[in-house]
Design a protein around this ligand. Structure first.
Ligand SMILES: Nc1ncnc2c1ncn2[C@@H]1O[C@H](COP(=O)(O)OP(=O)(O)OP(=O)(O)O)[C@@H](O)[C@H]1O
Ligand SMILES: [Mg+2]
Length: 313
């Protein structure tokens, strides 16, 4: 059964007065020694460069695939100006990340339940000023994650298209950056541009590639080869091939039903591919513990992230 009823996980509302971000309180919370000790959280940012390549579908379907592997999964809709994870899941949340970033709600207040036990942090839509988070808002978000009472095993971050400051920020705070491409040449050039900015300006060295909407079995590997040829030649990065998802009419059909394809059409070719990729994702190791999710979920991570954010600002 799918629970599509949008309900705040914790109904109590903790209002801050005044609703202005108190940076000092965020810092105090980060530095507090008695924060809950979390088990490691794997943070996966899903990005693309080009829009419309299937990031949001990848996120919601991988989230369900990983939940079926008995992982606690949280999805952050980080397309803060034009979020649509809630639309694709048929949810109508009352509150969004915008309320967290304004200092009015906690992450738990805005969390809603999605299919098969996944939890969602929905974004607002049409909020232009959230397209570039301020340092205080980044800190507020970080503090919120640190204070989660029930941290997930896996956090998927559905990033906006493009190479905005937010996209770079969410990639930097993640353990893994999963780049979604399609076989279209413009998707490859935009993915290359994203990898280039993250590696040359922010020293991100490792990326994973998922090829979506392939029409032939070998097309995924071919696309990976094409992209890795140029990244190997011009950038100091490693690019790992995660797999491919076939072009499948069941995906838009599921979108029109506002359900993940893996739930609506579990036997479709796309769903089987998402299940395969999900089985891999749950085995990913945190190879760079000093980067990424460490900064969202570990108290000592503020320093390095602060420096990184200085570069983004
Ligand atoms: N494997 C697939 N087969 C067929 N259609 C697909 C597939 N994956 C995604 N699509 C279609 O592509 C469209 C865009 O998907 P989606 O919204 O997930 O992309 P996105 O990268 O998140 O877009 P944006 O950059 O606007 O956030 C949707 O209409 C979806 O149905
Ligand atoms: Mg999207």
């Amino acid at each position: 059964m799918i629970d599509q009823t949008p309900q705040p996980m914790i109904p109590s509302i903790k209002r801050r007065q005044p609703p202005v971000v108190d940076q000092a309180s965020g810092l105090r919370a980060v530095l507090q020694p008695d924060l809950p000790q979390h088990r490691p959280v794997q943070v996966v940012a899903v990005s693309s460069g080009k829009g419309g390549v299937g990031k949001t579908n990848v996120v919601i379907n991988l989230a369900v695939a990983c939940a079926r592997q008995r992982r606690e999964v949280l999805v952050l809709d980080a397309d803060l100006a034009l979020g649509n994870v809630d639309i694709l899941l048929g949810l109508a949340p009352t509150h969004t990340i915008e309320d967290v970033l304004n200092g009015d709600r906690t992450l738990e207040d805005v969390m809603v339940k999605g299919p098969e036990g996944i939890r969602i942090l929905p974004a607002a839509s049409g909020i232009q000023e959230l397209s570039n988070l301020t340092y205080e808002q980044q800190l507020l978000l970080q503090t919120g994650f640190l204070q989660l009472e029930q941290p997930p095993d896996l956090l998927f971050i559905d990033c906006a298209a493009g190479i905005s400051a937010n996209v770079l920020y969410f990639s930097i705070v993640a353990h893994d950056t999963l780049i979604v491409v399609t076989p279209e040449p413009s998707s490859l050039t935009d993915a290359y541009a994203l990898i280039k900015v993250l590696s040359t300006r922010h020293q991100q060295r490792r990326f994973r590639l998922l090829v979506n909407m392939v029409r032939k079995p070998m097309e995924g590997k071919d696309v990976f080869r094409k992209l890795s040829l140029v990244t190997d030649r011009f950038l100091n990065v490693s690019l790992d091939y995660v797999g491919c998802i076939p072009f499948d009419d069941c995906v838009p059909l599921a979108v029109s039903q506002q359900r993940p394809v893996i739930v609506a059409f579990p036997r479709s070719t796309a769903s089987r591919a998402f299940t395969r990729v999900g089985t891999e994702v749950v085995q990913w190791k945190q190879e760079h513990p000093l980067r990424g999710g460490y900064q969202l979920f570990g108290a000592a991570g503020l320093g390095p992230l602060h420096e990184e954010m200085g570069k983004i600002a």
